[in-house]
Design a binder for this molecule. Structure first.
Ligand SMILES: Nc1ncnc2c1ncn2[C@@H]1O[C@H](COP(=O)(O)OP(=O)(O)OP(=O)(O)O)[C@@H](O)[C@H]1O
Length: 268
């Protein structure tokens, strides 16, 4: 499939009053049209910064991000973001109006009737057709996240950026929403970049998994587990262990131990 996004030599530095923090070092990768890419890594490794750079909410210190060969220079409706926070909806608007508001803002749809049809379509897509009249405070966390997904998708983004969207949900709701997201992804064909701390979630959802460590791409690998995926399958467990070891740095430690042993052996 065609490449939709190129990230080339991306570096991001933040200047604080005391020091300079390099959140991303020379990050390079491509994303294919319709791909589901998961980004995992320890806290502070640069996952959110990477998404914010792609969203155009941060500008790179060096390097470039291109969507369909066009450099990203700021936010745009071709890249919509869904956050972890349940409070990303407008609390004074109903669920339906939360979806309609950005549609009106960017003038999507010919008129109000067409926009309402669009809003209903996306409410139905996320399983909330009967909840359009309700206000965010009347919804559960999982329902709020579904509205946020519907609101983002209604703008027909080329890339959906998701920053730990299910991170604050209980395990059962999280699993349900993962399944629903896969259905939505299949129906819409949207390209998704999904940040998570959770190895299982990355394996369950993604076509490829990027491991970020200290702002560098440690590994970008194809998810070889065949779909539909099951937590208790041997191939799932084997990839989980591999990723877990990568995140824990076990490989490097073992390599280092081996090298020390060799040196000690040589010395004596
Ligand atoms: N606006 C900012 N100003 C200064 N430093 C920042 C800023 N934003 C991020 N950083 C720093 O950049 C590094 C990467 O942060 P980032 O939020 O991208 O990590 P993360 O992998 O998303 O972490 P977490 O998983 O905990 O959300 C951290 O050291 C963080 O302190």
């Amino acid at each position: 499939m065609a490449t939709i996004m190129d990230v080339e030599g991306l570096c991001k530095r933040f200047q604080t009053s005391k020091s300079e923090i390099t959140a991303l070092h020379e990050v390079n990768f491509r994303v294919r049209q319709g791909e589901f890419l998961a980004v995992i890594g320890p806290s502070g490794c640069g996952k959110t910064t990477l998404l914010r750079c792609i969203a155009g909410l941060e500008s790179p210190s060096l390097g470039e991000i291109r969507i369909n060969d066009r450099p990203v220079t700021g936010p745009g409706t071709d890249r919509m973001m869904v956050f972890q926070d349940f409070n990303q909806l407008f609390p004074w608007l109903t669920v339906r109006d939360n979806i309609l508001f950005p549609l009106k803002l960017v003038n999507r749809g010919k008129n109000n009737i067409e926009r309402k049809v669009l809003a209903e379509y996306y409410l139905e897509l996320v399983g909330l057709a009967d909840y359009g009249h309700m206000y965010p405070h009347q919804l559960s966390g999982g329902m709020k996240q579904r509205v946020a997904i519907a609101r983002a998708l209604a703008l027909s983004p080329k890339v959906l950026l998701m920053d730990e969207p299910f991170g604050s949900l209980d395990a059962i709701t999280r699993t349900n929403l993962q399944e629903e997201l896969l259905n939505i992804w299949e129906k819409t064909g949207v390209t998704i970049i999904f940040v998570t701390h959770n190895i299982e979630e990355a394996i369950m959802l993604a076509d490829r998994i990027m491991v970020l460590k200290s702002g560098r791409v440690e590994k970008l690998m194809i998810n070889t587990v065949t779909r539909p995926r099951y937590y208790d399958s041997p191939e799932f467990a084997s990839l989980w262990e591999h990723l877990h070891n990568l995140l824990q740095g076990r490989r490097e430690k073992e390599k280092l131990k081996g090298e020390i042993k060799k040196e000690v052996g040589l010395a004596f």
